[in-house]
Ligand binder design. Structure first.
Ligand code: AMP
Length: 293
């Protein structure tokens, strides 16, 4: 049970790559907050909820121990934190903060597969995830744990290879390193405490989760409206990307054509519109979706 009576707590990264997008998601779920004196706690005005702004490394433990009811954290942090004790439950992936933990080597290292790392030293901030990867590949290597600037380790002769997060790849390139293996793929996830909130707050917790799910599923989703010849209806609905069962309505004074409305869960590109037009669709409108439940 959360430690503060009568209020839910959501743990978010205070600063760093996930901080802004986490607050954006919470705001889009309808929560409004005021900043506290100490910057650690934002008090939500319209619901009994506090946002606890902490280091991302602390989020899995806070949520696993019930200090916070929900948390937004990178899967990489969650995975590295696994220690066999109580764990936070992953509610859903959030679709932002994507990055990949990669093994990279300098061009001077003749790399033919993980076995090329046998007996070498690898610098990383993720020793547990790396250890698992090496064990799975039957490779024995030493690891040097670095909290930052992992990419400089080969140049300083601290290690022969590195295992670090890659987002755009610019940092690897700037340090003359070449990515060789994907060790772990990560994105931000919503996590929930296994202990659950006090009973009076359970409904609010579920409602916040449901709203966040609505925000996530409406990201990138589009509402498409078009007119279609009846004869081309099957072909046109097949082109609509990620649409479930579209709504088909009669058009006044037209027996040969219908209006089609559909929520498309996947990106609607110009190429999609061109295909729809070629199949006979007209008056095609693509609209953003603000909320979905
Ligand atoms: P990039 O140059 O965009 O590939 O970013 C690589 C640098 O940013 C490395 O120093 C990484 O440690 C760091 N980095 C990339 N993605 C993340 C992330 N999601 N969380 C924390 N650090 C990251």
């Amino acid at each position: 049970m959360s430690t503060v009576q009568g209020r839910l707590r959501i743990a978010v990264q205070k600063s760093g790559r996930l901080a802004d997008r986490s607050l954006e998601l919470i705001r889009d779920a309808g929560l409004k907050w005021v900043k506290g004196h100490n910057d650690l706690l934002y008090r939500v005005e319209n619901y009994p909820i506090d946002l606890l702004r902490v280091r991302d490394d602390d989020i899995p433990t806070f949520v696993a121990d019930g200090v916070c009811d929900l948390g937004i954290v990178g899967e990489n942090v969650l995975e590295e934190d696994k220690n066999g004790g109580a764990t936070a439950e992953v509610v859903m992936p959030l679709g932002f903060g994507r990055c990949t933990l990669k093994l990279a080597v300098p061009p001077t290292l003749a790399y033919e597969g993980p076995h090329s790392l046998q007996g070498l030293r690898i610098a990383t901030s993720y020793p547990k995830i790396l250890r698992r990867f090496l064990n799975d590949n039957g490779v024995q290597s030493d690891t040097v744990v670095m909290r930052g600037a992992v990419e400089v380790a080969p140049r300083l002769k601290l290690a022969s290879a590195i295992c670090d997060l890659v987002s755009t790849g610019a940092t690897l390139e700037a340090n003359g390193l070449i990515a060789k293996e994907t060790v772990f793929e990560s994105q931000a996830v919503l996590i929930k405490s296994p202990t659950g909130p006090e009973p009076e707050l359970a409904h609010l917790l579920e409602s916040i989760i449901e709203r966040m799910a609505g925000v996530v599923s409406s990201q990138g989703a589009k509402y498409v409206m078009l007119n279609a010849p009846r004869s081309a209806l099957d072909e046109i609905t097949a082109i609509l990307p990620g649409a479930g069962a579209p709504t088909v309505m009669p058009l006044m004074g037209r027996d040969d054509a219908v209006a089609v409305h559909a929520v498309c869960q996947e990106a609607v590109f110009w190429e999609t519109l061109e295909k729809l037009k070629a199949a006979g669709a007209s008056a095609i409108l693509v609209l953003p979706i603000e909320k979905m439940m």
